[in-house]
Design a protein around this ligand. Structure first.
Ligand code: ZN
Length: 196
């Protein structure tokens, strides 16, 4: 099983920063994705990032192409994709919304749904539910390109809100980042164990 991790956005993606300009989403996504891949490898899993470039925002179609190349090579059942992001409730200013969410495409495989639920459960277990209502099935649905056009089980995590002051403090703390890495490690491994 090949575990692909996408760290969303690049240095030149417009917006995607906290209102006080102390947090850039592209940097944060890498601060999660890099130790996540390391931790999975340490535990014997075959994991890698699909975007190692920093300076450029590698286009969504190129990201999709890289994932689907692995699907073609290994078979789509032998690949999973997790795209790592942080959320914003608005476009500038501070907002109330807090918490973790995980998205599947509107038409998604049962495997995608189970992977999403496993990640949600690991986030909730770490106290990251936040203050919004959670869908009955514990995943949200949206046709984000990276999950809608890739051929393997694919989910996108939105790790707290960087335009909420309390969530931002968690996102910037070492303890908070470790929790977010750990929930991905646990969510992915629990999902893989459920397959066998
Ligand atoms: Zn994002």
């Amino acid at each position: 099983m090949k575990i692909l991790i996408d760290n969303g956005h690049g240095q030149n993606t417009p917006g995607k920063r906290s209102p006080d300009m102390t947090f850039y989403e592209w940097k944060f996504n890498r601060k999660i994705a890099i130790p996540l891949v390391e931790e999975l490898k340490k535990r014997g899993y075959d994991a890698e990032r699909i975007v190692t470039e920093d300076a450029l925002d590698v286009t969504l179609s190129e990201r999709v192409r890289r994932v689907n190349a692995w699907c073609n090579k290994l078979g789509r059942k032998n690949v999973i994709l997790v795209s790592v992001h942080a959320n914003a409730a608005g476009n500038g200013g501070w907002y109330n919304a807090r918490g973790f969410s995980v998205f599947c495409a509107k038409v998604a495989s049962d495997a995608s749904h189970r992977l999403a639920q496993s990640l949600y459960d690991a986030a909730e277990a770490r106290g990251l539910k936040g203050n919004r209502s959670v869908p009955k099935d514990r995943y949200w649905e949206a046709n984000f390109t990276i999950i809608a056009r890739t051929n393997c089980p694919a989910v996108l995590t939105e790790n707290l809100f960087y335009d909420n002051k309390e969530d931002l403090a968690i996102l910037k703390s070492e303890e908070g980042k470790k929790k977010i890495v750990d929930l991905h490690v646990e969510g992915i491994i629990n999902y893989l164990n459920s397959l066998s």
